[in-house]
Design a protein around this ligand. Structure first.
Ligand code: AMP
Length: 508
């Protein structure tokens, strides 16, 4: 049996050589060509005299050369570091300083002149010529076992980005779970390829697609940014599997054409990365009554996602906030109280994840690694900084980030819970709750940022009606004192609502 992702890919590629593996807005690459290209590039990499297992930085957007480079790096025994073209220069510099790659594959133009580093840059043109020259590849030592498969740099909204070191086996057990468990992903499915490769959510589509003979329908960043193009393209893609954040689904639902009638093949929705709200799940169930919706949860440090559950209409009807699922095989979930003691079922605390999904640590950062990674019952473990509860049957509920827990006039308040309560109002489409701090650093009051449902009211009237609509639905001490209306919320590069940015705005 094949136990290495590279070998499994090769076998799938052999069995499906004429099938389309990658389709970037009509530019198609077959499995046969993808395999040939990964071999040419891997053979060329082997000739470069790189230090064994040294990481290769891959810079680009959603081009097929991105995954060609990832697979070639793995084949040649090197982990890859995906970096998005639209990354800010200080972020790229910080990644270069931490990872010190010897080789950079520039699928898009690399801004070398603005950066300081000591590495060979393979330009776009050079890459094209390497791929155009068939080289014989002698399979050697692909990345395997505990060796690193990729290093993913966190978004670094606070402080500099940290490079999460994910091993081959971390990655393999994750993909096994996605393909073998109850997600019921069929062979040869068309996957929406939207999350950028620098966001670990992309691992939920690209490798599962390629190890099941599917097709990645990649959408470049420029199209995601252009609603007109995006909404025109989507119904033409014949999608079967959606992988993305709830915020991205909310954005797609701005298009009336995002529904079952126009996209009858779309049968599976896989969410991760931020809270899937009751509102989004309900709206989606109305648009796609026959699709199956899965909520999954996990930080990058535990390899994409470690829990999952199907969100049925019954679950939506019976929960104010949706559960994030049961642990994947090989993973144990625990909840710690403030004294690092295990809690009773149902009691809230910090979510601790242990087992075969926990990454090795943060690259070249022993202090940050020691703070978050440890050993628990003989297994590698990670402190998530997320608040949650675990039911007696092992069902996990995510309650928000611990650092989004505030004290307001003595009450402990979870900002995500305020948001969830606000969204119970029929007048509110989406909300974010932000604390407003006084000069002593205490929370003076709460501000609600609100995207309202369509209405013709002035703001004072709307606020009054929202307050009335929330009576009995929100704890009185959680009611924000100020409402600010928006047409949309700022988004992070990973397609999540940029809550920290709104909190910053609230306090400027
Ligand atoms: P990242 O490392 O960028 O994938 O972010 C991980 C964080 O996103 C987690 O620690 C959670 O705070 C949040 N998150 C991920 N999945 C979910 C989910 N299904 N529900 C709520 N929050 C989530």
């Amino acid at each position: 049996m094949n136990t290495n992702i590279v070998n499994i890919f090769d076998q799938v590629a052999k069995d499906n050589s004429t099938r389309v593996a990658y389709d970037e807005m009509g530019k198609q690459t077959s499995y046969g060509d993808l395999k040939k290209n990964t071999e040419s590039l891997a053979a060329w990499l082997n000739e470069q005299g790189l230090t064994s297992q040294s990481p290769i930085l891959v810079f680009g957007d959603h081009q097929v050369e991105m995954i060609t480079s990832f697979l070639a790096a793995l084949k040649a025994g090197h982990p890859y570091i995906p970096v998005s073209t639209d990354s800010a220069i200080p972020r790229i510099q910080s990644i270069l300083d931490t990872a010190k790659p010897e080789l950079i594959i520039a699928v898009d133009n690399f801004p070398s002149e603005q950066l300081q580093f000591d590495a060979q840059v393979v330009s776009k043109e050079q890459l094209a010529s390497v791929l155009a020259t068939a080289r014989e590849f002698v399979p050697g030592n692909p990345v395997s076992g505990d060796e690193l498969a990729y290093v993913l740099f966190t978004s670094g909204t606070t402080g500099s980005p940290k490079g999460v070191e994910v091993s081959h086996d971390n990655f393999k057990t994750f993909v096994d779970w996605v393909l073998d468990s109850n997600f019921n992903i069929p062979e040869h499915a068309n996957f929406l390829g939207q999350p950028p490769y620098s966001f670990d959510l992309s691992n939920m589509y690209w490798l599962p697609a390629l190890l099941s003979g599917g097709t990645i329908k990649a959408i470049p960043h420029s199209v995601v940014e252009n609603f007109g193009q995006l909404f025109t393209a989507l119904p033409t893609l014949d999608l079967n599997v959606f992988v993305g954040t709830p915020s991205f689904a909310d954005m797609l639902m701005l298009s009336p054409a995002f529904n079952e009638e126009k996209m009858p093949g779309l049968k599976i929705f896989m969410f991760c990365g931020e809270e899937l709200t009751v509102k989004t799940a309900k709206a989606l169930q109305q648009r796609f009554p026959h699709a199956r919706i899965f909520n999954t949860y996990g930080p990058t440090e535990t390899t994409v996602a470690i829990s999952g559950i199907e969100i049925t209409p019954e679950i939506v009807a019976n929960n104010d906030r949706l559960p994030v699922g049961y642990a994947k095989p090989g993973v144990e979930l625990s909840i710690w109280d403030g004294d690092k003691q295990l809690t009773e079922p149902g009691q809230q605390g910090e979510i601790i994840i242990s087992g075969n999904s926990v990454a090795r640590g943060y690259m070249n950062n022993p202090e940050k690694t020691a703070k978050a990674f440890f050993e628990f019952n003989g297994e590698p473990a990670y402190r998530t900084g997320d608040a949650g509860t675990l039911d007696a049957d092992g069902l996990l509920h995510h309650k928000g980030r611990m650092d989004f827990q505030i004290k307001l006039h003595g009450f402990r308040v979870e900002l995500d819970e305020v948001r969830a309560s606000l969204e119970k109002s029929p007048l509110i489409k989406q909300a974010v709750a932000a604390p407003k701090y006084n000069k002593n650093g205490q929370v003076a009051h709460l501000i609600a940022y609100v995207i309202p449902q369509d209405n013709d009211k002035d703001q004072a009237e709307l606020t009054k009606e929202i307050r009335e609509s929330l009576k009995g639905l929100i704890m009185p001490y959680m009611m924000p004192t100020q409402f600010i209306y928006r047409d949309s919320f700022p988004m992070s590069a990973n397609g999540k609502i940029a809550v920290k940015q709104l909190i910053k705005e609230a306090n400027q």
